[in-house]
Design a protein around this ligand. Structure first.
Ligand code: DC
Length: 200
């Protein structure tokens, strides 16, 4: 079974997806971490970033065998990840990797295009949103940054993620929309777990 959770940065996708995966005993796939790995490889000057080995396991990300779990969370990598994610050859490569991963068992996969491109036949699709201010506030809390600056940077990435030609961020026509503004992550996760149990 596959549960697809898409939405913009800061909507609560990763926390919700992790909680749902834990509750159901599914594997969690953070597709954004893969775009971040490609961006980090580019930042480090890799000549062919798509040839670098990306692995996600047990909550850690590795790039050519090196643990880059923390290194892929810097603002520089966030900015470049949004740029590399607009390139069709990067998307094609990572979508193929993601499809191979989710074919191996039960997954909760989160990103921008899981329900629309990676797995349009997912049994359950959720599109998580929250107000731009709430999303920036959550990100700033996580990273220790300034909320106003996070908001400005987030607006640029949101516009690029939603406006790009290839696989823009958009809800699947059959996705369930959940606005997490003012809701606790637990409430949202429990709601999705109940839905998953109903369609299973
Ligand atoms: O979810 P995140 O912030 O870690 O994602 C990093 C970047 O990758 C973000 O700009 C959107 C992009 N992305 C994407 O285009 N498609 C995905 N499935 C996941 C992330």
């Amino acid at each position: 079974m596959l549960i697809a959770i898409d939405g913009p940065a800061g909507a609560g996708k990763s926390t919700v997806a992790r909680a749902v995966a834990d509750a159901l005993g599914f594997t969690y796939l953070d597709s954004g971490a893969m775009y971040r790995c490609v961006a980090l490889a580019e930042l480090r000057g890799a000549e062919e970033p798509l040839r670098c080995a990306i692995e996600l396991a047990n909550g850690r990300a590795t790039l050519d065998g090196e643990d880059v779990t923390d290194a892929i969370r810097t603002p520089e990598v966030s900015e470049l990840a949004s740029r590399v994610a607009a390139r069709p050859e990067v998307r094609a490569h990572l979508v193929a990797l993601q499809r191979a991963m989710i074919a191996t068992g039960d997954y909760v996969a989160e990103g921008r295009d899981i329900g629309t491109v990676v797995a349009p036949d997912a049994e359950l699709k959720v599109f998580l949103t929250a107000s731009a201010h709430e999303r920036a506030r959550r990100r700033a809390e996580q990273t220790g940054g300034d909320a106003e600056q996070v908001l400005r940077e987030q607006e640029g990435r949101d516009a690029r993620d939603s406006g790009r030609e290839h696989s823009p961020l958009q809800p699947a026509s059959d996705a369930l929309h959940v606005d997490t503004t003012g809701l606790s992550i637990d409430e949202v996760a429990q709601q999705i777990v109940r839905l998953a149990q109903a369609v299973r």
